[in-house]
Ligand binder design. Structure first.
Ligand code: NDP
Length: 284
């Protein structure tokens, strides 16, 4: 039997409708949630992501601006822009679009963002809070995945979860969020031996690798829930996931598609965190 398709787009639309109402209610109380995106240079993929974020913010009534900065901006100048927005009452969320040009130390920039305005959840303070099980702002992709699992009533406690990928923005926080929900979690990466065998132990399998169609049916236990984070382009430029969707959907119990899976949820959680931060300025 073919898997249930986890419709990230539909869920994102549903959450966005609720968020829109929250934004309207906040505006009535005199607070308009504000988001500033700092975009350095002209990375094509970043331009698309930023445009999508701006569009979504506007649809929800969030006040959003994109500050476009030249690729040769100095680290000091960028730190000054971050400091400016840290002080600016109008903006409750600050997002610095990554990657940054090589001459700028990303860690230094992330560290400079006020953790209370960190809507990406990448600040070490927020990462640390997550690790001790007292999360504040969360990395948006794993946060969105947890919302999807919740919406589809996926049982997590006591289940085996395998996360492929250990990046700070996806793999590690994903593993920690699953652990907090009492899954038994295995994190795997490029040096993992017997990856397919390990993946096959998973009741919940999360693929965050960045290699198109890497996860075949040989990685998947029949009945597993498969979450595909990957965003890759095939030789024709078509967007594809890390999972070979057509064959895996035949054995999984649930699966996220690409597109219309994890991606729309990521942006929605970014908006949700901006609104949350704005709410906190009302009830600190
Ligand atoms: P990174 O490149 O930072 O991390 C990839 C991870 O995959 C690394 O931990 C790496 O291992 C591991 N890996 C690479 N090759 C293999 C392999 N052959 N076997 C096992 N593990 C491997 O990527 P991100 O975490 O930032 O992103 C992953 C994917 O998710 C990308 O396609 C990205 O575009 C997509 N993405 C999608 C988002 C969305 O909203 N849908 C948001 C963020 C990312 P090692 O650490 O050993 O190098």
């Amino acid at each position: 039997m073919s898997a249930t398709i986890i419709d990230g787009k539909a869920l994102a639309d549903q959450l966005s409708m609720a968020l829109k109402k929250e934004v309207a209610a906040l505006k009535e109380k005199g607070t308009t949630p504000g988001l500033v995106v700092l975009l350095v240079g002209d990375n094509q993929a970043s331009q698309v992501y930023v445009r999508n974020k701006e569009k979504r913010a506007q649809e929800l009534g969030i006040h959003s601006i994109v500050e476009r900065l030249p690729a040769d901006i100095s680290e000091t100048e960028l730190l000054e822009r971050v400091a400016f927005y840290n002080q600016h009452q109008e903006y409750h969320g600050i997002l610095v679009q990554l990657p940054l040009p090589k001459h700028i130390n990303e860690e230094k920039i992330i560290l400079a963002i006020d953790p209370k305005k960190d809507v990406d959840g990448f600040h070490p303070i927020n990462m640390g809070k997550l690790l001790i099980g007292k999360p504040d702002a969360l990395p948006c992709t794993p946060y969105g995945i947890m919302k999807m699992l919740e919406a589809y009533d996926v049982e997590i406690a006591g289940k085996q979860a395998v996360v492929i990928g250990r990046s700070n923005i996806v793999g590690k926080p994903m593993a920690q969020l699953l652990l907090m929900k009492d899954a038994t979690v295995t994190i795997t990466h490029s040096k993992t031996q017997n990856l397919a065998e390990l993946a096959k132990t998973a009741d919940i399998l999360v693929a965050a690798i960045g290699q198109g169609h890497f996860v075949t049916k040989d990685f998947v236990k029949p009945g597993a829930v498969v979450i595909d984070v990957g965003m890759n382009h095939d030789e024709n430029g078509k967007l594809i996931g890390d999972v070979k969707f057509d064959e895996v959907k035949e054995i999984a119990s649930m699966i996220t598609p690409v597109p219309r899976g994890v991606g729309p949820m990521t942006i929605t959680m970014l908006m949700a965190q901006t609104v949350d931060h704005a709410k906190r300025t009302l009830n600190p």
